[in-house]
Design a protein around this ligand. Structure first.
Ligand code: NAD
Ligand code: DAU
Length: 333
């Protein structure tokens, strides 16, 4: 078991939930390295045990920060990234910097200090599936990213694989499907629709709403990350998902129903350029090899809990809402 864990991007949505999971389920001391971009939530790290949690503000692509910090730790869980597809379509430059150069910087640091690495990636590296394709993504699906965001994530995975093979770096990779839960920025689909409804706006569906995503509660992603960090086989990639395939239209109508609204109370808006059609995860490998199981079997219950969280945390999301909606409105979304 690792006693000193460095979490890059630990002030972001998945990062802060994972840090909370680590503090609750291990004895480890945790350091967060985070640049505190617009996507970070420092309040999500408040009220946690101060003797076990340290926040270092810095750029994951800055070797002068990363090298000495990594050397102080037994393991690194690398989540720091630019994560939003719509932002990558507006300006891909920060995605190349953080997702590619940042991962390169982490790899060089763990190589020099011989520190265990878990690299957090996405199912989007596999491209997309047709709506009627009976297959799901597996660990053997060829990489075929289609967006600027997913291309940088795929590139970062290739760097990790090359550093394992060429330099013997002790790394694992996980590719997870779409997360939902507390502390997710209001730019993302689920919190955007929930906060629109709380704010007196209508949900916004890109195109016809046929596109399918495979939803997983962020706590289940956290437990999978810890399982892989503790018991994953070096050099292996694990897919993480929870059998949560829904079309975007189904998700909007589920949120509307859970919030007591009419099923037609939403707007169709301009589609995303190059919009990936469907993601679907086959998770047998992770379940069979490491015995991991999701605990949120019921997407509806997880969403109801998430709606309650956003209802109770308006002070957290409110400052980001107007600017986020203004940026979408400028693109007809
Ligand atoms: P997020 O955008 O909510 O958080 C990203 C965090 O990284 C922020 O705190 C930000 O300040 C930090 N960061 C950005 N650039 C940085 C830099 N140069 N140096 C240091 N810190 C920097 O993202 P998220 O949704 O929590 O995603 C976390 C990771 O999980 C990403 O690697 C993402 O690709 C991956 N992932 C996300 C999902 C999802 O559904 N959200 C699914 C699968 C994988
Ligand atoms: O699959 C994992 C990926 O999931 C992660 O790697 C990404 O970091 C994460 O952002 C997410 O990517 P998506 O692009 O799938 O998520 P997003 O929340 O942006 O959109 C989900 C779906 O909803 C997508 O088909 C686009 C659509 N959408 C999105 C928004 C913001 C809408 O219909 N309306 C909206 O307002």
């Amino acid at each position: 078991m690792h006693q000193r864990i460095l979490v890059t991007g630990g002030a972001g949505f998945i990062g802060c939930n994972f840090v909370r999971h680590l503090l609750a389920h291990t004895d480890a001391a945790v350091t967060v390295l985070d640049k505190l971009t617009y996507a970070a939530s420092p309040p999500a790290l408040e009220g946690l045990p101060e003797d076990r949690l340290r926040l270092v503000v810095g750029d994951v692509a800055d070797a002068s920060v990363v090298d000495p910090l990594v050397a102080e730790h037994d393991a690194v869980v690398h989540l720091a990234a630019e994560s939003h597809n719509d932002n990558a379509l507006r300006d891909p430059a920060p995605f190349v910097h953080t997702n590619l150069v940042g991962t390169f910087t982490v790899l060089e640091a763990v190589r020099k200090a011989d520190v265990r690495l878990h690299h957090v990636s996405t199912d989007e590296v596999y491209g997309d599936l047709a709506l009627d394709d009976p297959q799901r993504f597996t660990e053997d699906t060829p990489y075929d990213p289609s967006s600027p965001y997913s291309a940088t994530k795929a590139g970062s995975d290739h760097l990790v694989r090359a550093w394992v093979r060429s330099f013997g770096v002790r790394a694992t990779i996980s590719c997870c499907s779409n997360n939902y839960g507390p502390w997710q920025h209001v730019e993302k689909f689920v919190p955007r629709q929930i906060t629109n409804l709380l704010d007196g706006r209508r949900p916004r569906l890109y195109g016809a709403g046929d596109n399918i995503r495979d939803w997983i509660h962020v706590d289940d992603h956290s437990s999978a990350l810890l399982t892989i960090l503790e018991r994953g086989r070096i050099g292996e990639t694990y897919l993480v998902g929870a059998d949560g395939e829904r079309s975007n239209l189904e998700m909007v109508q589920l949120i509307l129903r859970l919030m007591g609204r009419d099923p037609d109370d939403f707007d169709h808006v301009a589609d995303r350029a190059g919009h990936d059609v469907r993601y679907a995860i086959e998770t047998g490998h992770l379940r069979n090899a490491l015995g991991w199981l999701p605990t949120y079997g019921d997407l509806e219950a997880g969403l109801a809990q998430t709606i309650a969280w956003y209802t109770d945390h308006e002070d957290w999301w409110r400052p980001h809402k107007a600017a986020t909606e203004a940026a979408y409105a400028a693109k007809g979304q």
